[in-house]
Write a protein that binds this ligand. Structure first.
Ligand code: ZN
Length: 71
């Protein structure tokens, strides 16, 4: 019986860790705020409102996003 309990605990731990990782992943995709303005996490320039409206979770300006996607 102890083995079954241990397995259940480890499964729960894996689910918890996955949930925590998901939360952190979302955090990584949020812009930084400088004086209340959403700014690019890379160059700290304000992100255009039109871009934020289209992509609420974007965290980079167009230029930095292109660089980021190119690697
Ligand atoms: Zn930028």
């Amino acid at each position: 019986m102890a083995d079954i309990c241990d397995n259940a605990d480890s499964v729960i731990q894996q689910h918890l860790q996955a949930a925590l990782d998901a939360v952190h992943a979302v955090d990584d995709e949020a812009p930084i705020y400088i004086n209340g303005v959403a700014c690019c996490v890379d160059c700290e320039e304000p992100i255009p409102l039109a871009r934020l409206a289209a992509l609420p979770h974007c965290c980079r300006c167009v230029d930095c996003q292109e660089e980021y996607e190119e690697g």
